[in-house]
Design a protein around this ligand. Structure first.
Ligand SMILES: *[C@@H]1O[C@H](CO)[C@@H](O)[C@H](O)[C@H]1NC(C)=O
Ligand SMILES: *[C@@H]1O[C@H](CO)[C@@H](O)[C@H](O)[C@H]1NC(C)=O
Ligand SMILES: *[C@@H]1O[C@H](CO)[C@@H](O)[C@H](O)[C@H]1NC(C)=O
Ligand SMILES: *[C@@H]1O[C@H](CO)[C@@H](O)[C@H](O)[C@H]1NC(C)=O
Length: 166
Protein backbone atom coordinates (compact mmCIF):
# COMPACT_ATOMS: atom_id res chain seq x y z
CA UNK A 1 0.00 0.00 0.00
CA UNK A 2 2.82 2.42 0.87
CA UNK A 3 4.47 1.80 -2.50
CA UNK A 4 1.24 2.67 -4.26
CA UNK A 5 0.89 5.82 -2.17
CA UNK A 6 4.37 6.98 -3.13
CA UNK A 7 3.85 6.16 -6.79
CA UNK A 8 0.66 8.16 -6.86
CA UNK A 9 1.80 11.06 -4.73
CA UNK A 10 1.73 13.49 -7.65
CA UNK A 11 -1.86 12.69 -8.56
CA UNK A 12 -4.76 14.73 -7.18
CA UNK A 13 -5.36 14.21 -3.50
CA UNK A 14 -8.86 12.84 -3.84
CA UNK A 15 -7.38 9.78 -5.53
CA UNK A 16 -5.42 9.07 -2.36
CA UNK A 17 -8.71 8.58 -0.55
CA UNK A 18 -9.24 5.65 -2.89
CA UNK A 19 -5.88 4.17 -1.91
CA UNK A 20 -6.77 4.49 1.76
CA UNK A 21 -9.64 2.09 1.11
CA UNK A 22 -7.35 -0.66 -0.21
CA UNK A 23 -7.28 -2.19 3.28
CA UNK A 24 -10.02 -4.75 3.58
CA UNK A 25 -12.15 -4.63 6.69
CA UNK A 26 -14.08 -7.69 7.64
CA UNK A 27 -16.46 -8.50 10.39
CA UNK A 28 -17.50 -12.02 11.36
CA UNK A 29 -20.51 -11.47 13.62
CA UNK A 30 -21.01 -13.85 16.50
CA UNK A 31 -24.75 -14.15 16.01
CA UNK A 32 -24.82 -17.80 15.00
CA UNK A 33 -22.84 -20.43 13.15
CA UNK A 34 -23.67 -22.95 10.47
CA UNK A 35 -22.01 -26.12 9.27
CA UNK A 36 -20.68 -26.34 5.76
CA UNK A 37 -23.17 -28.90 4.45
CA UNK A 38 -26.26 -27.48 6.12
CA UNK A 39 -29.09 -25.87 4.16
CA UNK A 40 -27.84 -22.47 5.31
CA UNK A 41 -24.35 -23.30 4.06
CA UNK A 42 -25.69 -24.33 0.65
CA UNK A 43 -27.85 -21.23 0.42
CA UNK A 44 -24.90 -19.07 1.42
CA UNK A 45 -22.76 -20.49 -1.41
CA UNK A 46 -25.63 -20.13 -3.87
CA UNK A 47 -26.43 -16.55 -2.97
CA UNK A 48 -22.80 -15.42 -3.01
CA UNK A 49 -22.34 -17.00 -6.43
CA UNK A 50 -25.42 -15.12 -7.66
CA UNK A 51 -24.02 -11.78 -6.47
CA UNK A 52 -21.02 -11.98 -8.76
CA UNK A 53 -22.76 -11.73 -12.15
CA UNK A 54 -25.64 -9.63 -10.88
CA UNK A 55 -23.78 -6.80 -9.14
CA UNK A 56 -21.90 -5.92 -12.34
CA UNK A 57 -24.99 -6.37 -14.48
CA UNK A 58 -27.01 -4.02 -12.27
CA UNK A 59 -24.72 -1.02 -12.17
CA UNK A 60 -22.82 -1.94 -9.03
CA UNK A 61 -25.58 -2.66 -6.52
CA UNK A 62 -27.55 -5.84 -5.99
CA UNK A 63 -29.43 -7.57 -3.22
CA UNK A 64 -30.67 -11.13 -3.13
CA UNK A 65 -32.47 -13.27 -0.60
CA UNK A 66 -33.56 -16.84 -0.10
CA UNK A 67 -36.56 -17.01 2.15
CA UNK A 68 -37.24 -20.59 3.09
CA UNK A 69 -38.84 -21.13 6.49
CA UNK A 70 -36.07 -21.15 9.09
CA UNK A 71 -33.31 -20.87 6.51
CA UNK A 72 -33.52 -17.26 5.45
CA UNK A 73 -30.48 -15.55 4.02
CA UNK A 74 -30.05 -12.01 2.73
CA UNK A 75 -27.05 -10.79 0.75
CA UNK A 76 -25.88 -7.48 -0.67
CA UNK A 77 -23.06 -6.55 -3.02
CA UNK A 78 -22.08 -2.99 -3.83
CA UNK A 79 -19.45 -1.20 -5.82
CA UNK A 80 -18.22 2.33 -5.85
CA UNK A 81 -19.69 4.20 -8.79
CA UNK A 82 -16.46 4.68 -10.73
CA UNK A 83 -15.52 0.99 -10.87
CA UNK A 84 -15.40 -0.62 -14.27
CA UNK A 85 -17.54 -3.73 -14.77
CA UNK A 86 -14.36 -5.79 -15.02
CA UNK A 87 -12.82 -4.34 -11.87
CA UNK A 88 -16.13 -4.76 -10.13
CA UNK A 89 -16.21 -8.45 -11.01
CA UNK A 90 -12.63 -9.08 -9.89
CA UNK A 91 -12.93 -7.03 -6.70
CA UNK A 92 -16.20 -8.60 -5.66
CA UNK A 93 -14.91 -12.10 -6.29
CA UNK A 94 -11.83 -11.37 -4.17
CA UNK A 95 -14.03 -9.94 -1.43
CA UNK A 96 -16.32 -12.98 -1.47
CA UNK A 97 -13.39 -15.42 -1.40
CA UNK A 98 -11.81 -13.55 1.52
CA UNK A 99 -15.05 -13.51 3.43
CA UNK A 100 -15.56 -17.26 2.98
CA UNK A 101 -12.00 -17.89 4.16
CA UNK A 102 -12.10 -15.49 7.13
CA UNK A 103 -15.60 -16.25 8.42
CA UNK A 104 -16.15 -19.82 7.19
CA UNK A 105 -19.07 -20.71 9.45
CA UNK A 106 -20.64 -17.43 10.50
CA UNK A 107 -24.24 -16.68 9.66
CA UNK A 108 -23.59 -12.96 9.42
CA UNK A 109 -20.57 -11.27 7.91
CA UNK A 110 -19.52 -7.99 6.37
CA UNK A 111 -16.57 -6.94 4.25
CA UNK A 112 -15.71 -3.54 2.82
CA UNK A 113 -12.70 -1.97 1.17
CA UNK A 114 -10.33 -3.70 -1.22
CA UNK A 115 -8.98 -2.68 -4.60
CA UNK A 116 -11.21 -1.80 -6.33
CA UNK A 117 -13.35 -1.11 -3.25
CA UNK A 118 -16.57 -2.98 -2.70
CA UNK A 119 -18.94 -4.03 0.02
CA UNK A 120 -20.22 -7.55 0.56
CA UNK A 121 -22.59 -8.55 3.27
CA UNK A 122 -24.85 -11.44 4.17
CA UNK A 123 -26.95 -12.31 7.19
CA UNK A 124 -29.74 -14.58 8.35
CA UNK A 125 -31.90 -11.54 9.10
CA UNK A 126 -33.29 -8.81 6.85
CA UNK A 127 -31.07 -5.72 6.75
CA UNK A 128 -31.99 -4.07 3.43
CA UNK A 129 -33.06 -0.43 3.80
CA UNK A 130 -32.50 -0.51 7.56
CA UNK A 131 -30.30 2.17 9.09
CA UNK A 132 -27.45 0.72 11.13
CA UNK A 133 -24.86 2.98 12.70
CA UNK A 134 -22.33 0.24 13.39
CA UNK A 135 -19.71 -0.71 12.47
CA UNK A 136 -17.94 2.55 11.73
CA UNK A 137 -14.55 3.05 10.17
CA UNK A 138 -12.79 6.37 9.73
CA UNK A 139 -9.69 7.15 7.75
CA UNK A 140 -7.93 10.35 6.88
CA UNK A 141 -5.73 11.67 4.16
CA UNK A 142 -2.61 13.61 5.06
CA UNK A 143 -2.14 15.17 1.61
CA UNK A 144 -1.94 18.97 1.49
CA UNK A 145 -4.91 20.49 -0.35
CA UNK A 146 -4.14 24.17 0.36
CA UNK A 147 -3.53 24.94 -3.31
CA UNK A 148 -6.82 23.40 -4.46
CA UNK A 149 -8.98 24.32 -1.48
CA UNK A 150 -11.69 26.07 -3.50
CA UNK A 151 -11.93 23.18 -5.93
CA UNK A 152 -11.95 20.72 -3.02
CA UNK A 153 -14.77 22.59 -1.25
CA UNK A 154 -16.89 22.68 -4.41
CA UNK A 155 -16.54 18.94 -4.97
CA UNK A 156 -17.06 18.19 -1.28
CA UNK A 157 -20.24 20.28 -1.01
CA UNK A 158 -21.67 18.79 -4.17
CA UNK A 159 -20.94 15.28 -2.92
CA UNK A 160 -22.50 15.97 0.48
CA UNK A 161 -25.62 17.45 -1.16
CA UNK A 162 -26.04 14.30 -3.21
CA UNK A 163 -25.44 12.02 -0.21
CA UNK A 164 -28.04 13.87 1.87
CA UNK A 165 -30.65 13.71 -0.88
CA UNK A 166 -30.20 9.92 -1.43
C1 LIG B 1 -19.04 -19.70 16.17
O1 LIG B 1 -17.81 -20.34 15.87
C2 LIG B 1 -16.67 -19.66 16.36
C3 LIG B 1 -15.44 -20.39 15.88
O2 LIG B 1 -15.37 -20.42 14.51
C4 LIG B 1 -16.73 -19.54 17.87
O3 LIG B 1 -15.63 -18.80 18.34
C5 LIG B 1 -18.03 -18.85 18.28
O4 LIG B 1 -18.15 -18.84 19.68
C6 LIG B 1 -19.23 -19.55 17.67
N1 LIG B 1 -20.43 -18.77 17.95
C7 LIG B 1 -21.59 -19.29 18.34
C8 LIG B 1 -22.71 -18.32 18.56
O5 LIG B 1 -21.75 -20.48 18.49
C1 LIG C 1 -19.97 -32.25 3.05
O1 LIG C 1 -20.42 -32.97 1.92
C2 LIG C 1 -19.37 -33.44 1.10
C3 LIG C 1 -19.98 -34.05 -0.15
O2 LIG C 1 -21.30 -34.42 0.02
C4 LIG C 1 -18.53 -34.43 1.89
O3 LIG C 1 -17.47 -34.91 1.10
C5 LIG C 1 -17.97 -33.72 3.11
O4 LIG C 1 -17.25 -34.65 3.94
C6 LIG C 1 -19.07 -33.09 3.94
N1 LIG C 1 -18.49 -32.25 4.98
C7 LIG C 1 -18.91 -32.25 6.23
C8 LIG C 1 -18.19 -31.33 7.17
O5 LIG C 1 -19.83 -32.95 6.62
C1 LIG D 1 -28.42 -13.42 -11.10
O1 LIG D 1 -28.23 -13.47 -12.48
C2 LIG D 1 -28.45 -14.72 -13.07
C3 LIG D 1 -28.05 -14.67 -14.51
O2 LIG D 1 -27.64 -13.42 -14.89
C4 LIG D 1 -29.87 -15.13 -12.83
O3 LIG D 1 -30.12 -16.41 -13.40
C5 LIG D 1 -30.16 -15.17 -11.36
O4 LIG D 1 -31.50 -15.46 -11.09
C6 LIG D 1 -29.79 -13.87 -10.68
N1 LIG D 1 -29.88 -14.03 -9.24
C7 LIG D 1 -30.78 -13.45 -8.48
C8 LIG D 1 -30.70 -13.77 -7.03
O5 LIG D 1 -31.61 -12.69 -8.92
C1 LIG E 1 -12.85 -16.06 -7.99
O1 LIG E 1 -11.56 -16.15 -7.39
C2 LIG E 1 -11.12 -17.47 -7.15
C3 LIG E 1 -9.84 -17.40 -6.32
O2 LIG E 1 -8.93 -16.49 -6.85
C4 LIG E 1 -10.94 -18.19 -8.49
O3 LIG E 1 -10.49 -19.50 -8.27
C5 LIG E 1 -12.29 -18.20 -9.20
O4 LIG E 1 -12.15 -18.77 -10.47
C6 LIG E 1 -12.85 -16.79 -9.33
N1 LIG E 1 -14.23 -16.90 -9.82
C7 LIG E 1 -14.64 -16.30 -10.92
C8 LIG E 1 -16.06 -16.55 -11.29
O5 LIG E 1 -13.91 -15.57 -11.58
Amino acid sequence: MWIKLKALSSILSHLLIVIALVDVNQRCYDTGNFTRNSTYGKHRDLILASLLPNVSANGGFFTASIDQNSNKIYALGMFRGDSTPNGCYTGLNASIQDLIASCPNRKETLSWGGDPPCLTRYANRPFFEILELQPTNAGYNTADITSILTQFDTIWESLMDRVVSC
